[in-house]
Design a protein around this ligand. Structure first.
Ligand code: TXA
Ligand code: MG
Length: 335
């Protein structure tokens, strides 16, 4: 299965061709600013079926429809509310997905039978080029096996799917590294379904208070965004969230900590080296949240590759971008 890199000389011609194939039913993985997506034309039912099948995705979990132009909205949702237009104006193209009532044009397979459609316009230039070349709206879940960490490089996509998909477009590592924010605009007050690249604080400065209920879905109350009920983003290792590395002393008191341990630390650590970190441990240190989020899924995947059994993750503050990071780590830590 061909991997096409943005660094190739004739990339422009190639992406145009792949856009045509996508329109005609090919399954194509492509980069976005959040994570890689596994794309199929909204109008090719068997390609959409293949996306569900290769991911091992439950068919009650709807897909995000990706567009490159606001002119495509009209076909997919009738009369978007003023609040949608305001958000689109501020945050598109970018990592904000809006859930709106769907039109008849949107097939049931894409929305898992529901009456709403999730719309997103990615800002990644390669994603935009591909969507433009395809000319049709493109459904794309994250390009990973269901339940596994999302893919933030073309290599990650290859590792998960090999020859099962038609093309992988390599656009380099994803800049954000966590998925888009999903906001439901069909409720009386806009409701956060998944935190992500655009923070609650950013949204609220534009449209005022929103309903932030997404954590409920982790604890098992009924969910409106079906994807949020599954364990997600998870490496093989057990993940333990700690305030600070000093806590590891407590853990070590009961049992010898295994060699196959990884530590993910941020600068928030006050007493950084207060325990002696065994030489065999893998230690990842980050100075800011952007760097941490850009690397999070890569670290999870690397830990799987080298057989890490235990990951200690130093918690970050759950505000702004930290909310999305903590959401992913908490979900990944559930067994
Ligand atoms: O950043 C992203 O959003 C990436 C890139 C590729 O665009 N895509 C992505 O898709 O994360 P996926 O399928 O892995 O996650 C989509 C989430 C799921 O939790 C799904 O349940 C929810 O969005 N969703 C999709 N359509 C929905 C709808 N109509 N109503 C409520 N939730 C919906
Ligand atoms: Mg996903």
């Amino acid at each position: 299965m061909p991997i096409i890199s943005y660094q190739e000389k004739d990339f422009q011609q190639k992406i145009k061709k792949v856009g045509e194939y996508l329109q005609n039913g090919a399954v194509v993985a492509f980069p976005t600013e959040t994570v890689y997506g596994l794309g199929a034309s909204l109008f090719q039912e068997s390609a959409i079926q293949k996306v569900f099948q290769v991911k091992g995705r439950p068919n009650d979990n709807p897909l995000i429809v990706h567009i490159y132009s606001v002119d495509q909205i009209e076909e997919l949702t009738a009369r978007p509310p003023a609040v949608a237009l305001k958000l689109i104006d501020h945050f598109w193209p970018g990592p904000l997905t809006l859930v709106l009532p769907k039109t008849k044009v949107v097939p049931n397979i894409a929305t898992a039978g529901g009456q709403t459609v999730a719309l997103r316009m990615p800002s990644h230039p390669v994603a935009q080029q591909l969507l433009q070349a395809a000319e049709v709206p493109v459904v794309a879940p994250s390009a990973n096996l269901s339940g596994k960490p999302s893919a933030t490089t073309a290599q990650h996509v290859w590792d998960d799917f090999r020859d099962q998909i038609d093309y992988i477009i390599d656009g380099g590592p994803s800049q954000l590294g966590v998925e888009s924010t999903v906001l439901d605009l069909t409720t009386s007050q806009p409701t956060l379904l998944r935190s992500g690249g655009i923070s609650v604080e950013q949204i609220e400065t534009v449209i005022g208070p929103i309903n932030v209920s997404e954590r409920e879905s982790i604890t098992g109350t009924p969910v409106k965004s079906p994807g949020q009920k599954y364990r997600h983003y998870a490496p093989q290792a057990n993940i333990c969230i700690i305030d600070d590395v000093t806590e590891l002393k407590k853990h070590n008191a009961n049992q010898q900590l295994p060699d196959s341990t990884a530590l993910i630390l941020t600068n928030y650590s006050k007493t950084k080296d207060s325990i002696t970190i065994p030489a065999k441990w893998k230690v990842y240190r980050f100075s800011d949240l952007n760097e941490l989020s850009a690397n999070l899924y890569h670290i999870f995947r690397e830990c799987d590759r080298v057989g890490i059994k235990q990951i200690y993750f130093q918690k970050v503050e759950e505000s702004n971008f930290g909310r999305a990071i903590m959401d992913r780590v908490i979900r990944a830590s559930k067994k």
